[in-house]
Design a protein around this ligand. Structure first.
Ligand SMILES: [Mn+2]
Length: 385
């Protein structure tokens, strides 16, 4: 199923003119989907130990009080009549029908997505005016929410001493009220403020991953450190006697940087790093490996008994190697090398909803070995689990 873009905007138009550039209101973008998650079910998730959840109260024990889950029934029973919001992170990981909705955003690489966060609010509920560092599709699922947006934040200054990030100065420039099925797309850095218009307001936020440059650099250098042999050391450039032996000549720096560049510019290491980095599990999510491990000879039997699917927490991607001598499969921060002719299978592994016996037909032995590992790590799990 496709999202409906307004005014006969094509997907390519959206990517060229709006994606990461400017907001877009998409009325009736989702018409044939049952937003089938009740406030009670959302509250139920917020009571679970492993699920990240928050409640924001405009007038709690203090102004903009922030509480962290897991919660219990008494917390919900004691909430005030108005002006609060419940936020639950990663709902797509726990509710398959919600993960399914992500497929409508197929025009963005799947490894760019972070999660679907669901917020439930009663009349007046909001988390205040703020900016985010990532792109977001705000899907109205139930009730109505009024969104005001400002320009690229003129000032990032926040109200002091609050647990919630609230802009000190917010000047709305546009305003819309979203009804179920409408989407508001916002690129990073746009100030926005959404207030629930009625007592049953649910917004599903499809959030993208936006690692910071320092975070990427940290991860990349760590990856290099893990792969560069210890025994490479500094070598002098051609030397001539110096008047002052303490002087550092430009050639010395050039030489050092040249040695580093040999690694920094290594295409294969860059690609492996990027794939591993982009498929790392979110920090608080954990996938329990299988207790009884299997080997590749058991695969035909395992796939005869049932179909398999990717673990809902797991992250997958693939790429062509820079030397074109094969492919890389990236799963949960690990890389596997496979021959070129496995491309079709890799695409199915990473994209298909369900993986059946046909995956094993005439399959390369190298991929069989990888499949056994994927099952042992529980990155692939039985469909009816
Ligand atoms: Mn936001």
């Amino acid at each position: 199923m496709q999202l409906k873009f307004p005014d006969s905007l094509s997907i390519q138009d959206f990517l060229d003119h709006y994606w990461q550039k400017k907001p877009l209101l998409m009325p009736d973008a989702i018409q044939d989907y049952d937003f089938d998650l009740s406030p009670e079910e959302l509250a139920g998730l917020a009571c679970e130990e492993d699920v990240e959840s928050r409640i924001v109260l405009q007038q709690g024990r203090s102004e903009w009080e922030l509480r962290y889950g897991p919660f219990d029934d008494t917390v919900f029973a004691e909430l005030p009549e108005t002006d609060w919001t419940l936020l639950v992170q990663d709902v797509d990981k726990y509710v398959p029908a919600i993960a399914e909705l992500m497929r409508r955003f197929h025009f963005i690489p799947s490894w760019r997505f972070d999660d679907i966060m669901i917020s439930y609010a009663i009349t007046g509920g909001s988390v205040g005016p703020h900016t985010d560092t990532y792109d977001v599709f705000l899907i109205q699922a139930r009730g109505k929410r009024r969104w005001q947006i400002g320009n690229k934040a003129k000032s990032d200054a926040l109200l002091p001493n609050l647990p919630v990030r609230i802009l000190e100065a917010f000047e709305p420039e546009k305003e819309w009220t979203l009804k179920p099925g409408d989407i508001l797309y916002l690129p990073p850095g746009i100030a926005h403020w959404g207030v629930a218009e009625d007592d049953d307001c649910m917004t599903w936020s499809v959030g993208l991953r936006a690692p910071s440059t320092p975070e990427m650099l940290g991860s990349f250098t760590q990856h290099l450190l893990d792969h560069i042999p210890e025994e490479t050391h500094f070598c002098d450039p051609p030397l001539s006697p110096q008047n002052s032996p303490a002087q550092i000549r430009p050639e010395a720096i050039e030489q050092a940087v040249k040695q580093l560049d040999a690694w920094l510019l290594n295409e294969d290491l860059r690609q492996r790093w990027f794939g591993c980095f982009s498929t790392e599990l979110k920090a608080h999510l954990f996938i329990e490996p299988r207790t009884h491990s299997i080997d590749q000879t058991q695969l035909p039997e395992l796939f005869r008994r049932q179909d398999w699917r990717r673990h809902p927490f797991s992250r997958w991607a693939w790429s062509e190697r820079p030397d074109r001598q094969g492919l890389y499969l990236f799963v949960c921060g690990e890389v596997f090398e496979l021959p070129e002719h496995c491309q079709n299978r890799l695409r199915r592994l990473c994209d298909d909803r369900q993986l059946g016996q046909s995956l094993l037909q005439d399959v390369d032995p190298a991929l069989l070995k990888v499949l056994a590992r994927l099952i042992n790590e529980s990155w692939l799990v039985p469909c009816d689990d």
